[in-house]
Design a protein around this ligand. Structure first.
Ligand SMILES: Cc1ncc(COP(=O)(O)O)c(C=O)c1O
Length: 491
């Protein structure tokens, strides 16, 4: 075993990892990367098919990002955002506000202020605390409550877990959490309201339903609003009604739920749901930690964020992962001026947002983020992302012939391939069979790295991935499915 692998196994504890399994094998120790490739301590090269847990945009060691971080290192690595401003963070905030307001959406909120933090979970935590406090201060509710989607994952800090609904991750901490409500997420492939028989296409395209998923959201809001009205007609009475008030906010991952299993929403779902939420006076928190920065597609002038593709602008835009191009931990919660203003006052009124971390506004992270945003705006990047989306689609189409491929769900530059025992019956593998994990292990043996979500294998190439590399990623997935599940062609 490589000495670094031995060191890791002696002292480290890995995230979301059964360490007993980890200690059985020899871990891959990554020592360098270039473009879409990573290299291990034994000199073996791999394609990074999950963009280093959905963070990497432009590839590893991108010259422009490397230059930006080195240049910043030549000045200062970090200074506190408590009481001090800094150059790259101020520049980044301007860029984020400009990008967050594209495309222009008349009649929708305008985003105006950026609160920086460190990771997706912390950016969610910021959005939740702000929305909680905003609902109290605006008199909407004394005990603000949130609605989010079944299967949602918004991070693993306590607030983010409270609005998450993945039992496997969250059940253990139930006693620590605040109460939130869950509503059905659109999951056309396994939707109880979809009457269509399985076909060899993305289930969104051939579904037969009456948009019951949207109806469920309407019902959830209506139930809550009825309770609020029952608690008292006047705004004052409602504010005192606590638990009986309407939802403070709805939390969604727009266009595609990531850790839920790469579950995409049919076109029109987000727009309708946003209208329902706003119609009931609730705010919208868009968790674009996974979907942001062009991940859901480059074309059509829709801007860098998934919400824009549905003509929706949230009140809180939550960003992380790709913010720094995947280089450094940094996150942002972008909000409207109305929210910001609710925290203004004389010092002694203590309306301050009492929240922040040691590394808030980190200069190195902000420098990387600025360079990444500049790259995203280049014509070359937009063109290449458009091409890569088509190349990924073409490569994935070859998997429909496999018996063990039930659904292939692609939104822009992210895809989930759901493995099943038999595509006609949609019969799932039991989680304990570790079908997804075993397929990904077989891919790693073939030089392609990704992680599954249960039975769903994620394919999320960095934007610099070449046509040949994306074809290799998918070919190795096909070979791995054949080796592990052995179902062969079932077309
Ligand atoms: C949609 C979404 N929100 C929030 C998070 C949490 O982000 P982080 O792991 O950076 O805390 C994740 C992480 O996968 C995510 O996919």
């Amino acid at each position: 075993m490589h000495p670094l692998a031995r060191l890791d196994q002696r002292f480290l504890w890995h995230p979301f990892t059964q360490m007993r399994d980890w200690l059985k094998g020899e871990p891959i120790v990554i020592v360098r990367g270039k473009g879409a490739e990573l290299e291990d301590a034994n000199g073996r090269r791999y394609l990074d098919a999950n963009a280093s847990i959905w963070t990497n945009l432009h590839g590893h060691r991108h010259p422009a990002l490397d230059r930006a971080v080195k240049a910043q290192l030549g000045k200062v690595a970090h200074s506190s955002a408590l009481g001090l401003a800094n150059e790259p963070a101020a520049v980044l905030a301007e860029k984020l506000v400009a990008a967050a307001n594209r495309p222009r959406l008349p009649g929708q909120p305008k985003l105006a202020k950026v609160f920086l933090s460190d990771d997706g979970s912390t950016a969610m935590e910021v959005a939740l605390k702000l929305a909680y406090e905003f609902a109290r201060r605006s008199g909407r509710s004394a005990q603000p409550r949130f609605l989010s989607l079944r299967g949602a994952y918004h991070g693993d800090t306590v607030g983010a877990v409270s609005v998450g609904h993945i039992d496997l991750f969250h059940k253990a901490y139930a006693g620590l959490l605040f109460k939130t409500d869950a509503v059905m997420a659109p999951y056309c492939y396994r939707c109880p309201f979809n009457r269509a028989r399985a076909e060899r296409a993305d289930a969104r395209e051939y579904r037969k339903c009456n948009w019951e998923c949207v109806g469920k959201v309407e019902q959830a809001f209506a139930r809550r609003t009825r309770r609020a009205e029952g608690a008292g007609a006047s705004a004052g009475a409602r504010a005192n009604a606590g638990d009986g008030a309407g939802y403070a906010a709805m939390v969604v991952e727009p266009l595609m739920q990531g850790a839920a299993g790469m579950i995409p929403q049919p076109v029109g779902w987000l727009r309708r749901v946003a209208e329902i939420a706003r119609g009931h006076g609730a705010q919208l928190i868009a968790d674009e930690v996974m979907t942001g920065f062009g991940r859901t597609g480059a074309g059509g002038g829709a801007g860098l964020f998934a919400c824009g593709r549905e003509g929706v602008r949230p009140d809180y835009l939550v960003l992380a992962k790709g913010l720094t191009g995947g280089y450094l931990p940094m996150a942002a919660t972008v909000v409207t001026r109305t929210i910001f203003d609710a925290f203004l006052g004389e010092y002694g009124e203590f309306k301050t947002f009492f929240h922040g971390h040691s590394f808030t506004g980190n200069q190195l992270g902000a420098a990387a983020a600025n360079a990444s945003m500049e790259l995203l705006a280049t014509e070359e990047s937009v063109r290449r992302r458009g091409e890569l989306e088509g190349e990924l689609r073409a490569a994935l189409a070859g998997l429909w012939k496999l018996e063990n491929v039930g659904d292939i769900r692609q939104v822009g530059l992210v895809a989930g391939v759901e493995l099943v025992r038999n595509w006609r019956t949609r019969e799932a593998f039991a989680l304990a069979e570790r079908a997804g994990i075993r397929v990904c292990e077989a891919m790693a043996r073939r030089g392609v790295l990704t992680r599954p979500i249960g039975n769903v294998v994620v394919v999320m190439p960095p934007y610099c991935t070449t046509a040949r590399q994306v074809a290799t990623m998918v070919r190795m997935l096909e070979e791995a499915i054949g080796e592990v599940l052995g179902g062969g062609a079932g077309g």
